[in-house]
Write a protein that binds this ligand. Sequence first.
Ligand code: C5P
Length: 336
Amino acid sequence: MAITVPSFAKINLGLRIGALRPDGFHELRTVYQTIALHDIISVSVGRGSGIEIRCNDSRVPTDESNTCYRIVERAMVELKATGRVVIEIEKRLPVQGGLGGASGNAVATLLALERASKKEMSAPARLRIAAEVGSDLPLFLVGGTILGAGRGEEVYPVPDLPAIPCVVATPEIGVSTPKAFADWDLLVSRGPQVTDKLTRPVASDRMSEFGRVLSAWLSSQSQSKYKPGRALSGVPVSKGRGRAETPLLDLVRTGIENDFEQVVFPKCPELREVKRVLVSAGAVYASLSGSGSATYGLFASREAAVKAAARLRKDGIPATATTTLTRPQYWKKIFD
Ligand code: C5P
């Protein structure tokens, strides 16, 4: 019997790039947030052997380079399972980068495979296998709001943000992640005089700073609960505002940023423009997701998000109004 599960996307709420490591990856810190946009994955295990991938989008590779193929190879060994695995990917998410589409597909495949084969692996084994396939996979084994460290594969659940209305714009521009990292290295190697944002070129300091900012942001949400009518910095919050408003304002105040914007925006000014349109359409916070090209805005209301998406589409930019997904929502949708 085929097991079908949704495969959700993620956005990055801030991303700080650290030092290039001896293994060729960069140390990084980020906050991942799962969102409701998704693909659909179906997995069945039948007689025979091998792995077959079918997909409705011809841009998706169906050979052994596909993340779903790579995770199944490893999972079958770990589960000591045999049989022919058929994976169907119904692509609904844009193939443009930044949303973790291929990574989410692989994790959804793993979860469906375990159910289809009626075998289960331990949670640490799942995380290990996911990390072997890519840095952005393990976050999908946590869901909700997640701190990402190491090369992005070290994941820690943090207090969940409430579901926040969100617009995801997916301009048809391809951004190569390895190239964006290389551009960042070049920028940093030129020293702090190149851009005044790079006042701290020492990678470890930049990492610690992100940790402090994140910690301040997350704890400010709890403090806000005890200060009705007042947010952390003293900015009054009027009664009747949406549940999402306070964490959003706190996020904006922390100044969490995505370092990739500094190298991707100069090369793709259209993306900077998308961010500008999102802000002018009322986004409380807008940013590139990962290395892009997906760019998102967070809004105080669903209505504002729907209007902003319509405005982008009018300008010819594919955009969808959606919502962020809390950890319980994420898992409920996967297991229902
Ligand atoms: O792990 P993943 O397959 O997503 O990484 C793709 C490429 O992105 C890596 O080969 C590496 O060049 C770059 N990368 C990096 N530092 C990270 C994550 C990815 O340099 N933390």
